[in-house]
Write a protein that binds this ligand. Structure first.
Ligand SMILES: [Fe+2]
Length: 314
């Protein structure tokens, strides 16, 4: 990250937020890398991941899981929003989450192929661009550049950071044409009607979300859409009057039991909010199963998802 990019982030986030995030990132690196020279220590990866990887290899299921992780499905969901103005009825949002782009060589291009030909007005990316949650991300640029042309749409491409993303990755992601919302929001216009799109910094690991900053300048009466990495701020968002909450993080389990029943969701929320469409006190929400895979590049009974939400008047 050059001096100009750092200064830009400093202006947008403020010294306190930037300082807290960078300190938390360093603490995270230390806790996952162990002591001494060399940076990365495989032996410190969670034992759980190694055990799953070993059992997939021994059972001959590793290749099946890899193929599943590349079997993208497109899920189109009518999304009724209370109080939606008639002009916004029919607005189509492409929603990708948990891309983990550097987890498989060529993944960005494969996602682009799957998105090609889909019709949408706005694109949102709800975090986790990197495969690991610390360490290098040197292949992220080429994967993002392969994906970015497929995301172009009239209202633009917006995103938030997830718990796998360091703040230093922000300039690289924005250079690929994704406008990150770092506790920021803006008014967008569709068919002559305005709505507010807000995005929060990661709440799951970093806990640096700030609703007040993301809503600064938002007119009280317009429809508000929230991007957050995880479905862990649902009551707070509903209280602040959001009409739609878009998230990911859970991967809907990624490695599930038959019938798509998740074993783990890694989120502090009830399971009914961990995948697909849901409702909370009049607020509509959707938790994406994710288009990428993390930990191990494999999926079972839980395909990678490209979601399209079509807004409808409730
Ligand atoms: Fe993720």
């Amino acid at each position: 990250m050059d001096e100009h990019s750092f200064e830009d982030l400093r202006q947008r986030l403020g010294d306190e937020h930037l300082g807290k995030r960078m300190r938390a990132q360093v603490d995270h690196i230390i806790s996952t890398s162990g002591q001494g020279l060399g940076g990365f220590h495989y032996e410190n990866l969670p034992l759980f991941l190694r055990a799953v990887d070993l059992s997939l290899r021994l059972s001959g299921l590793k290749e099946r899981g890899r193929q599943n992780a590349l079997g993208f499905v497109v899920r189109e969901t009518p999304t009724p929003i209370p109080g939606l103005p008639p002009a916004l009825d029919g607005l189509r949002i492409l929603h990708l989450s948990d891309l983990h782009l550097d987890g498989y060589a060529g993944l960005g291009g494969l996602m682009a192929q799957a998105i090609h030909g889909l019709d949408f007005d706005l694109c949102v990316l709800t975090g986790d661009f990197r495969f690991a949650d610390t360490g290098l991300y040197r292949h992220l640029t080429e994967e993002l550049e392969a994906l970015a042309p497929a995301l172009r749409c009239p209202l633009g491409v917006f995103g938030v950071l997830g718990n796998h993303d360091f703040i230093e990755m922000a300039p690289l992601i924005e250079a690929a044409g994704v406008r990150l919302l770092l506790n920021e929001g803006l008014a967008l216009e569709f068919n002559g009607e305005t709505f507010w799109l807000a995005g929060l910094d990661d709440a799951h690991f970093y806990g640096l979300h700030d609703f007040d900053k993301a809503l600064a300048g938002a007119p009280a009466e317009i429809v508000k859409i929230l991007l957050v990495h995880s479905p862990e701020l649902i009551p707070d968002a509903a209280e602040r009057g959001f009409g739609l909450y878009l998230a990911g993080h859970t991967h809907a389990g990624q490695m599930c039991l038959p019938g798509g029943i998740p074993i783990l969701i890694h989120a502090r929320c009830e399971r009914r909010y961990a995948a697909g469409p849901w409702q909370f006190n009049g607020m509509r929400g959707y938790t994406s199963a994710g288009v990428g895979s993390s930990g191990i590049f494999a999926r079972f009974f839980c395909p990678p998802e490209i979601a399209i939400h079509t807004l409808r008047r409730a």
